[in-house]
Ligand binder design. Sequence first.
Ligand SMILES: [Zn+2]
Length: 284
Amino acid sequence: MTTLREVVAYEEELLAGSAPLRRVHAEAVARGRAGVRALHEADGVADPQLESRLERLYAEVLDDYAAGAAGLLSSEDTDRWRAFVERLPANGPMTLLREHGVPGAARLFDSMDLAREGPESKGGLDTALSAAAKRCVCGYATTRVVPRQLCNACARAVGAAWVAEERSLLQRAPGLGAEVSEVLDEVTSDLAAARSKGTDDSFSTEEAALFRARRALARAHRRHRKDSSILDLTRWEELAALARRASLPAMRAEARRGRRRLGTAQLAQLALYGNRDVDARRTR
Ligand SMILES: [Zn+2]
C-alpha cells in the first residue's frame, strides 16, 4: 500500500528535473483550480450535482495535462508511476488517476482538491464581517470604524475578502495568474516542509521561503506588466490597506511588503500558521 503523499513526492522529483513539464503542470493546476472555484460559485456547495460535476472536471483537466505532458515523460517514469498508483487505497482518487493520469497527475489532483476548501468569502467583506461580529473585539465588524489594529476575527474576514478579490483579478490576467499559481504552489510545499521539521530553525526556513516567493511574485509582475496594467486594483488596494492593520503579524508583514503585487493576499494566508493548504501537505 502506498499513500497519495508518496506519489506526490515522487512526482515532485520528476517535476524538479524538467522545466517544460513544470510549465505544463502549472498551467493545468491554474486551469483546474479556476474550474473548481467557478463550479463552487455557479452551483454552490449545497448542489447535489457538485460531486459528479467536480469528478468530470478533474477527469477533463487530467486528460488535458496528460496530452500536454505526453512528449515530456519517459516510459520508465510512467511505468514506475503506474506501479505506484496501483498500490493506492481503492477508496481514494486511485481510479481517477489510473484512468486519466500520467506522472504529475496526483499532484494536480491534490492542488484541485485543495481549491475546494477556499476561504468562505463569496459574499464579500460585508458577509465575512457579519459572520465575525460575535467574535470581534475591535469594533470594526459592527461599526466599520477602522481601528488602529484589526482584531483576529476582523483580520481573518479581511484576509478572506482580499484573497477573493485577488483571485477574481488574476482570472482576468491568465498569463500572470498561471505564474502566480506556480509561485504559490511552490511556497505552499516549502512552508509545509519547513513546518514538518518543527526544528528551531524552521522559522528562518519559513522566512527564506516567503522571501523567495515575494521575489518570484515581483519577477512575475515585471514579466507580465502589460497584463497587470489593465487590471483595476482599487478594491484590492483598499483591502490590502486594511490587512496592513491586522493584529496577525504574518498577514500584516506580507501586506506591507507586497504593495500592488497580486499573489500577496494568498501569500499572506499561507504565511499564517495553521493554514489549511500548507497543513494538508505536511508530512507529519
Ligand atoms: Zn474586530
